[in-house]
Design a protein around this ligand. Structure first.
Ligand code: ADP
Ligand code: ADP
Length: 225
């Protein structure tokens, strides 16, 4: 069954903007789905609906394969802006969301060490955000999300603010990571290059109102090695 299923979604904001109408998407376990579409077509809104940070005006978001009612705990969210707290070092930035979820300090320490290693930043646990490059800050943000051991990783144009070289590097890191972690990823982008390079499936959206107009799957789903 699908991990998460969005059916017949309409989202109308209080200012009258219809962001989504007739939006359908099933995300299956292990998939790396890109949501590709022009700015303003409703991609971020889709992620927020999945994360339960917003509610649909009409339609449903369900988790068919799961009996757990609260799925927020299973979701990692990586925003376009790394949103690190400047007064906390890298390890403490990663620790805060774990603390909010009641993870013990000892368990948190192990998880943070593991996820910093995955993104190649083991030596930077004590560094402060201002000491890091943009690419490194984004990797901290990814490590922070991975420390939650999410079943589903939602990424909202995470590399959009980076220069091309950092972006290429992080694209490769992300491919490798997904191979190691086997987690499900929904990746929002307006870059055709990024969607084709990274994902096993591309859901193309059009705007006014936002909906899926093409759903493309590769012959061999999953990350390349
Ligand atoms: P994308 O991520 O594809 O750029 P968004 O999901 O951010 O698109 O936005 C879709 C549409 O909904 C846009 O027209 C945007 O201006 C509008 N929108 C997004 N969030 C809100 C909000 N909180 N209130 C009103 N309109 C919004
Ligand atoms: P950006 O491209 O935004 O500058 P990168 O993540 O590619 O970000 O890193 C830029 C520079 O930061 C690298 O050339 C390197 O000198 C340093 N750096 C990044 N990651 C590491 C790391 N894991 N270990 C040591 N130095 C690093």
């Amino acid at each position: 069954p699908a991990l998460v299923s969005l059916r017949e979604i309409t989202k109308i904001f209080s200012n009258g903007v219809t962001a989504l109408a007739g939006f359908d998407l099933d995300v299956f376990p292990g998939e790396f789905v890109s949501l590709l579409g022009p700015s303003g077509c409703g991609k971020s809104t889709v992620l927020r609906l999945i994360a339960d940070l917003a509610q649909p005006t009409d339609g449903s978001v369900t988790w068919p394969g799961s009996t757990d009612d609260d799925h927020r705990g299973e979701i990692g969210f990586v925003f376009q802006d790394p949103t690190l707290m400047p007064w906390a070092n890298v390890a403490d930035n990663a620790w805060l969301p774990l603390r909010l979820r009641g993870v013990s300090k000892r368990d948190a320490r192990d998880r943070i060490a593991e996820s910093l290693a995955l993104v190649g930043l083991s030596d930077f646990a004590k560094a402060y955000p201002r000491e890091l490059s943009g690419g490194m800050r984004m990797r901290v943000s990814i490590a922070r999300a991975l420390s939650l051991k999410p079943r589903l990783l939602l990424m909202d144009e995470p590399f959009a603010a980076l220069d091309e070289i950092a972006r290429f590097r992080l694209n490769d890191d992300l491919l490798r990571l997904q191979g190691d972690l086997h987690c499900t990823i929904v990746f929002v982008t307006h870059s055709v290059y990024e969607s084709a390079y990274l994902s096993s499936r591309i859901a193309v959206m059009s705007s006014r109102p936002g909906r899926v107009v093409a759903d493309i799957r590769g012959e061999a789903p999953g990350p390349r090695s």
